[in-house]
Design a protein around this ligand. Structure first.
Ligand SMILES: [Zn+2]
Length: 120
């Protein structure tokens, strides 16, 4: 299960950053997920919730920003949004569009709750 591996990777990043910043509770984790990253957002959310359940980040929720897949054609230079993983230029039919964005999976932001009071 692909998304489970990714959720584990996201948790790693959260743990590293929280430790480094000596921060409080994590309220939200914002990730950018490209349309071509091969990730099902619902599934990633589900896996993340499952994976943080036994950690101090159980209350953190995953906020997913979708990034459209944009590609340019090497033949005619057409710049377009790809609707599906078919790298065929819609203008001239050439194969091998170069993806400019849309395959990313990155943690962009951690929203921290620095008003932790009476934490047990
Ligand atoms: Zn083209």
């Amino acid at each position: 299960m692909h998304e489970l591996t990714m959720a584990a990777g996201i948790l790693d990043i959260v743990q590293q950053n929280v430790a480094a910043a000596d921060a409080g509770r994590v309220r939200a984790v914002r990730v950018r997920v490209g349309d071509m990253a091969g990730v099902v957002p619902d599934s990633l959310e589900f896996c993340f919730e499952a994976i943080v359940a036994d950690t101090p980040y159980a209350a953190a929720f995953l906020e997913i920003d979708r990034v459209p897949a944009l590609a340019t054609c090497g033949e005619c230079g057409c710049f377009t949004r790809l609707a599906q993983p078919l790298f065929v230029c819609p203008a001239c039919g050439a194969m091998g569009m170069a993806l400019q964005s849309g395959d990313e999976l990155q943690v962009v932001d951690l929203e921290l709750d620095d008003t932790v009071e009476g934490a047990a």
